[in-house]
Design a protein around this ligand. Structure first.
Ligand code: URA
Length: 210
C-alpha cells in the first residue's frame, strides 16, 4: 500500500508532468524527455539536491544517472551509504538546453515543488550539490549571507530551523567538478565524510522513482 508521502509525491509528479507553463516544457516535449522528479527513500534522513537534469537524466527520468551520477554513487559508497536510503533530486526538474546553468526564472518556477518535497520527506540533512542549490537552500532557510561562496561553505554543517524541526545543511561541490579535476574530487571525498555523522539513525529506505 502506498504511504501518505508517496501519494503526496505522486501529486507533485503529476503536476510537473503537466507543467505546460514552464519555459522548458516545449523543449522537453520536442526531445521526448521526461521531467526528473526525484529518486530514493521517501523516509530518507539525507536529501541530496542538484541543479537540473542533464541529457541522460531527461531521457530516463532519473536524477544523477550519467557521468555525475557515477561520481555521486562512488562518493556515497565511500561513506557506506546506499542510494536507496537517501533521496536525490534537483531544484529545476526539466533539462535546460545544452546543459546551461538554470535561469532565475526557472529556479523560481520549480522551487515550490522542491519545497514541497522537502516538507513531505522531512530530511534531517540537506546536502546541496553545487552553488545553485546551496544558495537557494541557504536563502530558503534564512541562512544565506551576502557574497557567501561555495568555496567558503563546502563541507560545513549549517544548522537551521524548519517547519518540521531542526535540520542541517551541508553544502557540497557538484559531483561534475570531480570529473576532470583530481583535487576537486579529493575535496568532495573529504566533504562527504562530514555526512557520516548523520548516517544510521533512521530506518532503511526502499528505492522509489518519484
Ligand atoms: N547534474 C545535476 O545537477 N543533476 C542531475 O540530475 C544530473 C546532473
Amino acid at each position: 500500500m502506498s504511504s501518505d508521502r508517496t501519494e503526496q509525491l505522486r501529486a507533485i509528479r503529476d503536476e510537473l508532468v503537466n507543467l505546460t507553463e514552464s519555459p522548458l516544457y516545449e523543449y522537453r516535449q520536442r526531445n521526448k524527455y521526461f521531467p526528473v522528479i526525484g529518486q530514493g527513500s521517501h523516509h530518507a534522513d539525507i536529501m541530496f539536491i542538484g541543479e537540473a537534469p542533464g541529457k541522460n537524466e531527461a531521457e530516463t527520468g532519473r536524477p544523477f544517472c550519467g557521468a555525475s551520477g557515477r561520481v555521486l554513487d562512488e562518493l556515497l559508497a565511500s561513506i557506506e551509504l546506499d542510494r536507496q536510503d537517501v533521496y536525490v533530486t534537483n531544484i529545476v526538474k526539466d533539462r535546460p538546453p545544452n546543459n546551461r546553468d538554470p535561469l532565475k526564472t526557472e529556479i523560481d518556477l520549480y522551487a515550490p515543488f522542491l519545497e514541497r518535497q522537502i516538507s513531505i520527506i522531512q530530511p534531517k540533512v540537506i546536502a546541496t550539490l553545487g552553488r545553485f542549490s546551496m544558495e537557494f537552500i541557504l536563502r530558503r532557510f534564512g541562512a544565506f549571507q551576502a557574497n557567501q561562496k561555495i568555496s567558503q561553505l563546502h563541507g560545513q554543517v549549517i544548522k537551521v530551523r524548519t517547519a518540521y524541526g531542526r535540520a542541517s545543511i551541508v553544502p557540497q561541490y557538484h559531483p561534475a567538478a570531480a570529473l576532470y579535476n583530481a583535487s576537486q574530487r579529493e575535496t568532495l571525498e573529504k566533504d562527504f565524510q562530514v555526512l557520516k555523522q548523520f548516517i544510521g539513525q533512521g530506518e532503511s529506505g526502499t528505492m522509489r522513482l518519484l
